[in-house]
Design a protein around this ligand. Sequence first.
Ligand code: MRU
Length: 364
Amino acid sequence: MLISGKQYRSIWIDKKSEKVKIIDQRRLPHSVEIITLNDLHQTVKAISEMYVRGAPLIGVTAAFGFSLAMKEDCSEKSIKKAYKHLINARPTAVNLAWACKRVSEKLQKIPHIERKEYSLKLAQKMADEDVETNYKIGKSGLALIKSLAEKKREQTPVRILTHCNAGWLATVDRGTATAPIYQANELGIDVFVWVDETRPRNQGASLTAWELYHNKINNKLIVDNAGGHIMQKGLVDAVIVGSDRTTFGGDVCNKIGTYLKALAAWDNSIPFYAALPTSTIDFDLENGLEIPIEERGEDEVLTMTGENNSGKTENIKLTIEGIKASNPAFDVTPAKYVTGLITDKGVIKPNRDSILKLKPKLQL
Ligand code: MRU
C-alpha cells in the first residue's frame, strides 16, 4: 500500500542487492526506516523484538529466515536449527508455526544442492500468496460492507471499528481487517474507521491510523476505553479485527482488548467479525482458552514511547519506580460473540462444522 504516494510491501527482496528488506515497525509512525535482514539470527530478533509483527507477516518473515539460513548452510541440521529458533520467536500467532512447518517439510524433501535457491523462491511465493489471500479476504468482506452501506437510512459512511493493526503492515500487503475497507473505498463506498489506540504498544495509533491516513481512508483514533461508549451512541456499524489464532471451534485470539470490544458489540447488537487467512486457523485446537498467550515485558506498560517536540524519540515513565505491571499481549474472544469469520474462502460461521469443512480445501 502507499506511504507518501509510493507503493510498498512490508517485506521484499531488493532487486539490486538481492537482500531481504523490511520496514522497521518500531520506528513508525515518526520515521520510515528500511533495514536489511542478513541472517537467521537477525530474522529471529526482528520477529521477537517486533521490528515486524502481525500474524501473517511473521509467518512470511520466518520463511525468509529459512532462506537466509540456507544461504549459509543447506544441511539437515541447519533446517532443524532454523525451525527451532524461528518457531519459538513468538508464541501466540499460529501462522509462524504454519510457515515453519510448511518450509521445513518442503526443504527436507529436496536434495541439499537445491535448498538455497528453492527456499528463496518458496519465501517469495508465500509473500505473493499472502497478498493474493488478502485480496480474497477483501472480496469476502466487501459484500458485508456493501450490505451495510445499502441498509443505511442516512447519508453516513459505513463506520467500522478496528483494534490493533490488522492492516497491510501486519501482512505483506492489503491487511486482513483492512482489506475489505480498502476494497470498499476503491469502489467508491464511503467508509470510516474508528481506530483503537491499542495500549501498551499502540499499534492502532502508530500503525493503523498512519496507514489509513497514507491511503486516504477517513479515520479517527480513540482511546481503548472509548469503544463501548461509541457503540452505545450508535456510531459503529461493524467491528472488524484480525486474529493471531482461531481455533476450529471458532474462538478468536487477537490483541489484548479485543474480547472487551466483542462484549460491547454483542451488548449493542453490532456485528463483530474477525478477518483472517486460513493459515491462522489452528486445526489442532478447539478451545481458545488453551492458546498460549504471550506475556511481554512490564516496561511496555510502565512506560510510553513517542516523539518529543524536538523530533526526538523519547521513552517516558508513566508511574513511579517500584510499581509492578502485568502485560498479556493477547486475549480470546469466545465463538459465541463472533458474528462471522471473513476468510479467503468466504465468510463462514465461527463453529466446528463450518471451519472443519475448510480443511480438505487447504494444501501445503
Ligand atoms: O503483537 P502484534 O502487533 O503482532 O499483534 C498483532 C495483532 O494482534 C493483529 O491483530 C493480528 O496479528 C492479526 S494481523 C492480520
